[in-house]
Every structure is written in structure tokens, then in C-alpha cells.
Design a protein around this ligand. Structure first.
Ligand code: SF4
Length: 207
């Protein structure tokens, strides 16, 4: 609360492209909503957290979007897709598919923050194996991993649950996994714990 105005946090980034970049116009627009002594938080998930007055949320988001920024909710939602840098080219590495997947799932409410990563080839710079849900493009199709855990002494790589998916099959399967987690996950139950509790076989048979 500042001068009686309630502030809310939103997550902002430049959308999916060649690397996590922001241009000068976007930086100027972000700074318009910051006081000189305020700080901007850069998360490990290629998002910036910005605090804005709640009563002006809609108009500020519209203004941020007018310079190509993309805004997402903060909290227990599907995060924006973490991607690799698409170094081998937009089409070859499936950037349109990554954008469409992000459009469909980012911001969906879930029991606990859900991280989804996309990588354009098996080199795996987007670290899909260490994310809750990971997508790896291999030639013209997509492999899907679940249950990766990047943090802690018990960090684990995810398990491959589906191979050779078309883009439509990929969107559909990821949306269904998120729906199952939303329906069957306990409040604040992390995705990797959820997968351990219900088992991968049960997850696959629920899709
Ligand atoms: S995963 Fe492949 S396409 Fe993506 S940045 Fe790494 S090497 Fe390039």
C-alpha cells in the first residue's frame, strides 16, 4: 500500500523470441511505472516482477502490451514458457509452436506455480528435463517430459512420457496434464510431488 493505493505484482517479459531480450522502448515503459528508489526483480524464469497500482491494472497492462511486452499473473499459475534461444532459426526450432503453447497455457491457475520449458533441439538449452513439464523438439516432432525438479539436494530429471507428438497433440496433451493437476492436485502441492503421489501411469491414463 503506497499513499493509500493498493499495489499488485505482475510478471512482465518480452514474449518468446531469439533470447530473453528487451528493447529500449520497453525498458522506458517499465521505468515509467517505477519510482527512483524502487527495484525491479528479475526471476530465474525470464520474467520481471513489477508492482503497479491495482486500480489502474487494466490500462497499465494495455500500455505495456503496446510496446510488445507480455504480462502474466504472479503466484500459483502456469508460468510463461521458458525457452532456449532458438539459435538454429525460428522455423527449424519450432518458435511458432512454442508461442502457441505459451498462449494456451501461461496464466492458468494451478495448485502451485508450474514451470514449463521448451527447447528447440536435443542439446536442450531450455533445460526441459529440469522443469515440471518439459518439451524437446526432435526433428519435426516433440517429446514430452514431466516431473523434473531443479532445486534442492533431491533434484531430479523428469521422465519421458510421450514421444513424436505433432504440434496439435502436444498442445492437447499439455493442456490435459495441466487440467488433471488443477483438478486432482492438493492446494500448494508442487507438481513433482503430485506426479509422485498419483504415479506417471495414472497421469498418462487420465489424459
Ligand atoms: S536447444 Fe538447440 S536450438 Fe535451442 S538454443 Fe540450444 S542449441 Fe540452439
Amino acid at each position: 500500500m503506497e499513499n493509500g493505493v493498493k499495489k499488485i505484482k505482475i510478471a512482465v517479459n518480452g514474449g518468446i523470441g531469439f533470447g530473453a531480450k528487451l528493447n529500449a522502448r520497453q525498458l522506458l515503459m517499465i521505468s515509467k511505472y517505477m519510482n527512483e528508489d524502487e527495484e525491479l526483480e528479475l526471476t530465474t524464469f525470464q520474467q520481471l516482477y513489477l508492482e503497479i497500482p491495482e486500480d489502474k491494472k487494466e490500462e497499465i497492462i494495455e500500455e505495456l502490451q503496446s510496446v510488445g511486452l507480455v504480462c502474466y499473473p504472479v503466484g500459483n499459475f502456469v508460468k510463461s514458457l521458458r525457452t532456449c534461444n532458438f539459435c538454429k532459426g525460428e522455423e527449424e526450432e519450432g518458435m511458432p509452436v512454442a508461442k502457441e503453447l505459451n498462449r494456451r497455457i501461461a496464466g492458468i491457475a494451478v495448485p502451485f506455480t508450474l514451470k514449463v520449458a521448451y527447447t528447440g533441439c536435443p542439446i536442450g538449452c531450455g533445460e526441459p528435463m529440469l522443469s515440471d513439464i518439459g518439451v524437446m523438439k526432435i526433428r519435426d516432432h516433440y517429446n514430452l517430459y514431466v516431473g523434473g525438479k531443479a532445486k534442492g539436494k533431491d533434484a531430479e530429471v523428469g521422465s519421458l512420457i510421450m514421444e513424436n507428438l505433432t504440434p496439435e497433440e502436444l498442445y492437447d496433451t499439455v493442456e490435459k496434464i495441466i487440467a488433471v493437476y488443477s483438478q486432482m492436485g492438493k492446494k500448494r502441492e508442487a507438481f513433482y510431488k503430485f506426479i509422485k503421489r498419483i504415479g506417471k501411469d495414472q497421469l498418462i491414463s487420465s489424459l
